[in-house]
Ligand binder design. Structure first.
Ligand SMILES: Nc1nc2c(ncn2[C@@H]2O[C@H](COP(=O)(O)OP(=O)(O)OP(=O)(O)O)[C@@H](O)[C@H]2O)c(=O)[nH]1
Ligand SMILES: [Mg+2]
Length: 195
C-alpha cells in the first residue's frame, strides 16, 4: 500500500458524515496510545500523515484518509484515563453509531498492545464489534518491545483471551515493519479488490 497515493480528506465529528465519493472504508480502533495513527502512517508509507503523539487522546475526531479505491479511518482512542465523563460518553456515542450504522464500513482493524492483556474497555469494544457484525482483524502492536518468542506466546494468549482464531490476530511493529504486508493484504481483501 505504501506505493499508492494517499490524501487526508478531513476530520469529522459526525460518525455518519458522507464522504465523496462513497468508497468502502476500513477503520482503525483501539485504546488511546496503542498506535493507531502510527500504524496507518506506516501502512501507507507517509510518516507525518496522521498525527502521532506521546500524549494520549490526540485524535478526537474521525479522520479520513483516501487511497484510490478505499478510505482508511483513524478513530479516536478509548480508555484515556484523564478524559472526563462527558468526553467518554461522547466517545461512546460516536463509536457506537459509527460501528452500527455506517453503511460504507467494510471492516475494522482493532488494535491491542501485545504487552498487555485486554482491558475492560477493550472487552466493551469487543462486545460492540461483535454486535455490529463487521469483519474484524485484531492487530497486536509494538512487537519490537518484546523478544520474538515472547511476542508469539503473547499473541496466542491474547487470541485465546479474546476467543479469536489465530488467523484473525496479527502481530505487528512499526519499528521492524513486522506484519505490515499481511495487514495490507487483509485490508485489501476486506474491501474486496485492488486498492
Ligand atoms: N516501539 C513502538 N512504538 C510504537 C509502535 N506503534 C506506535 N508506537 C508509539 O506509541 C505512541 C502512540 O502512538 P499513536 O500512533 O499516536 O497512538 P494512537 O493510538 O493513535 O493514540 P491516540 O490518537 O491518542 O488514540 C507513539 O509514541 C508511537 O511512536 C510500535 O510498533 N513500536
Ligand atoms: Mg491517534
Amino acid at each position: 500500500m505504501s506505493e499508492l497515493p494517499v490524501e487526508f480528506v478531513g476530520s469529522f465529528p459526525d460518525p455518519l458524515v458522507r464522504l465523496d465519493p462513497a468508497l468502502p472504508e476500513v477503520a482503525f480502533i483501539g485504546r488511546s496510545n496503542v498506535g493507531k495513527s502510527s500504524l496507518l502512517n506506516t501502512l501507507v508509507g507517509r510518516p507525518g500523515l496522521a498525527r502521532v503523539s506521546g500524549t494520549p487522546g490526540k485524535t478526537t475526531l474521525l479522520n479520513a484518509f483516501r487511497l484510490p479505491r478505499l478510505y482508511l479511518i483513524d478513530l479516536p482512542g478509548y480508555g484515556f484515563a484523564r478524559a472526563g465523563k462527558a468526553a467518554r460518553a461522547g466517545y461512546r456515542t460516536l463509536i457506537t453509531r459509527y460501528l452500527m450504522e455506517r453503511p460504507t464500513l467494510a471492516g475494522v482493524v482493532w488494535l491491542l498492545d501485545v504487552r498487555h492483556d485486554p482491558s475492560k474497555d477493550d472487552l466493551e469494544i469487543q462486545d460492540l464489534l461483535i454486535e455490529s457484525g463487521r469483519p474484524v482483524l485484531a492487530v497486536l502492536t509494538k512487537a519490537d518491545k518484546l523478544t520474538r518468542t515472547t511476542g508469539l506466546s503473547r499473541t496466542c494468549d491474547i487470541a485465546v483471551a479474546l476467543g479469536l482464531p489465530q488467523s484473525q490476530v496479527q502481530l505487528t511493529s512499526i519499528k521492524s515493519r513486522q506484519g505490515m504486508t499481511e495487514l495490507a493484504e487483509s485490508i485489501l481483501e476486506t474491501v474486496g479488490g485492488p486498492p
